[in-house]
Every structure is written in C-alpha cells, then in structure tokens.
Design a protein around this ligand. Structure first.
Ligand code: SF4
Length: 207
C-alpha cells in the first residue's frame, strides 16, 4: 500500500514537465462505469484535472476487456494479488469467469504506466480492478456482502511493479499531492486516508 509519506517523495512539477498521474477513467469523468455512468463525482479526484502542471492519463481496465455497459464483477477467494498469482478468480454477478480478461486489462494498464512514465496512480476504491485499499470479498450482491482489505487486479499489478497507488478516498495523501502541485496549498492535517477512518478501523479491527 502507498501511504501519505510516499507522496511527499514526489517531485514538484512544472508546466513544462507536468506530474504524470494515471487515473481510473471514471474518476476523470468518463462514462465507463458498468452501467455507462461515471460512477459518481469525486471532487477530490476531479480537482486534479484542472492543474497545468499535471498530466492525467485515463484508463478503464474493465472497459478495455469487457466494454461498456457490462456486468459487475468481484474477486472470489482472495485479492487482486491472489488473482495475479492464479489463486483467486474474478466472477461476474451472473457467475461468468472474467479472470483472464481482468489480468489482461491489468497488464495493459501496467504497459501504459510504463510507457507514460507514470509517477502516481489515483484509482477508484472498492472496484475489483481499481480498488487499492478495500474491495469486496466475493459477490457484492450477496445478502451479507463482505469487504476485505486489499487491492483490485489492476491496482495490484501496478503496486507489484513499484508504482504508487492511492484512492480517491485517501484524503491525507491527496492533501500532500496538492501541496506538491500547488506551492500555496496548505495541508489540512485533520484529513485522513481511508485506512485511518473510523469506519475502516471499526469494520476491520473491531475498534
Ligand atoms: S474498472 Fe476502474 S476505471 Fe473502470 S469503471 Fe471500474 S473503477 Fe472506474
């Protein structure tokens, strides 16, 4: 997992040499969600589109392999890391096995990250492809849906290859990112990353 201190090691970007950020395409407003929407609006991510010294590279792994609209899918038997190791599967809501397509999409995302010299990925949490902090464990439509700590397949692929990945909910990391992009940005120290929230601590640690 990338943490907020990792973000402090990013360079100060300029207009001539912008910070190269790979973003889940739906977070950048593209209508590539499973139902043809942009999966909601997240000001924390959309704000990144408006800096001259940031280059946003958009990619939707699920659209790459399965098109839009499409079924929803979740990881069964582990996390995205386990899918890449052949120990877990990705199944759609009707039980189709999308494991191979999800791995292929993650390889495409990695190729883009390498070709573009990406310095950070900002990705949609909870997605079976893009989640980086929390994902579902099994079918999200189950009566007792269960969350697990872990990354989706594409986020896991990027992390395995040394890329920094944060989610749209990692507000402490995003604060540090904004401070790199805008020297006048004052970091709000009371904002938290997703794993520091009360919900996360209560759900996963019983605190
Ligand atoms: S796969 Fe990623 S980019 Fe595509 S809709 Fe899902 S969360 Fe967004």
């Amino acid at each position: 997992m990338t943490n907020k201190n990792d973000i402090l090691s990013l360079r100060i970007p300029t207009k001539e040499n912008p910070l190269r950020i790979l973003m889940s395409a739906c977070l950048a407003g593209l209508t590539c969600g499973y139902d043809g929407t942009a999966n909601g609006e997240y000001p924390s991510a959309l704000k990144l589109l408006h800096y001259e010294n940031v280059k946003i590279i958009k990619f939707c792994p699920e659209e790459f392999s399965f098109g839009t609209p499409r079924e929803m899918c979740d990881i069964h038997g582990g996390t995205g890391f386990d899918v890449l190791n052949g120990k877990a599967k990705v199944l759609t809501e009707t039980g189709k096995d999308w494991t191979a397509g999800m791995v292929k999409a993650s390889e495409k995302m990695l190729e883009i990250a390498k070709n573009e010299g990406v310095e950070l990925a900002v990705m949609m949490d909870v997605s079976a492809a893009c989640g980086s902090q929390v994902i579902y464990s099994g079918n999200r439509f189950a009566e007792n849906k269960v969350y697990q700590i872990g990354a989706g397949v594409s986020a896991a692929q990027l992390l395995n290859n040394g890329f920094k990945v944060i989610s749209q909910r990692d507000f402490a990391s995003l604060e540090r990112l904004y401070s790199k992009i805008n020297p006048n940005h004052i970091i709000s120290e009371n904002l938290k990353d997703h794993h520091e929230t009360e919900w996360y601590k209560s759900y996963f640690m019983g605190l």
